[in-house]
Design a binder for this molecule. Structure first.
Ligand code: ADP
Ligand code: MG
Length: 264
């Protein structure tokens, strides 16, 4: 169902527009998102009216200080967390109005996740970890194994198929996690501080990989980071502050983080 860009994609543009691999058209539209954790005196308004379009074919980088709402934002975009107010449309489907079962099905066919701490299952080998999303969406074991191996080869781990996470470096574990996130061809890849546990070289390697394997026509990538060294990978910045989008800028534009005009 989700093998590459769907031809029924309501946002689909002619092939010529997609071929450049540049940021093209919105695939996720979020409007007026509010998320409150807790209640009464304890209430935290983690999202306080966020509106954002996620564009295909590039990396949207969500930046801002710890606690400003970055993880909350990508969790609601990825349909793992319910919102209190607002609307989210992703690939032509309203996800805020789906029930839990609908959201699970939506995630299984459309979303790939990469976390700071890899979140691999320690008792499983690389190929077994990568098979999981395929088995969950009904692939046979044989097909799942073959696709998992192909994906691990693509991320440069063809020689680590039968190795458990403990025997891999941090950068290698994150490669397995990226393979697992992409093996079912999700249209939206969300990465929450994917390089935070890695040294600078491994972090850049992981970002290069995300860029190469994830930025395909019709696919969108959202990366949350604190790491200023990764700013060069952004096509679009969403700068958050206190549960809001303080500003949006394309890379290199005035106001984009990392340019002399920015004040962050
Ligand atoms: P970031 O990822 O930018 O560090 P988060 O989205 O994790 O920010 O958190 C935003 C705000 O919501 C913070 O004040 C945080 O303490 C609070 N928060 C996050 N998760 C929860 C939770 N499960 N329960 C209560 N408060 C939370
Ligand atoms: Mg966070």
């Amino acid at each position: 169902m989700s093998q590459g860009p769907a031809t029924s994609d309501p946002f689909a543009k002619p092939d010529a527009a997609r071929a450049t691999g540049t940021v093209a058209y919105p695939v996720v539209n979020a409007r007026g998102l509010v998320k409150v954790y807790g209640s009464g005196d304890q209430a935290v308004r983690a999202l306080d009216g966020v509106s954002l379009d996620i564009l295909s074919g590039g990396i949207t980088m969500v930046v801002g200080p710890s606690g400003c709402g970055k993880t909350t934002l990508i969790s609601v975009l990825a349909a793992t967390l319910d919102i209190d107010e607002g609307t989210i449309e992703a690939f032509g489907q309203r996800i805020d109005t789906m029930d839990a079962e609908g959201k699970t099905a939506f995630r299984r066919s459309n979303i790939g996740f990469v976390f700071q701490q890899y979140n691999l299952l320690p008792g499983l080998t690389s190929e077994e970890n990568v098979e999981i999303p395929l088995l969950l969406s009904g692939s046979t074991r044989r097909i799942a194994r073959a696709r998992a191996r192909d994906m691990l080869v693509r991320v440069g781990l063809g020689d680590k198929l039968r190795v458990r996470p403990a025997a891999l470096s941090g950068g290698q574990q994150q490669r397995v996690a990226i393979a697992r996130a992409l093996v079912h061809h999700p249209r939206l890849l969300v990465c929450d501080e994917p390089t935070a546990a890695l040294d600078g070289d491994s972090g850049r390697m992981i970002m290069n990989l995300i860029r190469d394997v994830a930025v395909e026509p019709g696919r969108a990538v959202v990366v949350v980071t604190h790491d200023i060294r990764l700013y060069g990978y952004a096509d679009v910045f969403a700068v958050m502050s206190d549960g809001r989008i303080a500003r949006l800028a394309r890379r290199g534009e005035p106001g984009a983080p990392g340019t002399s005009e920015s004040h962050s």
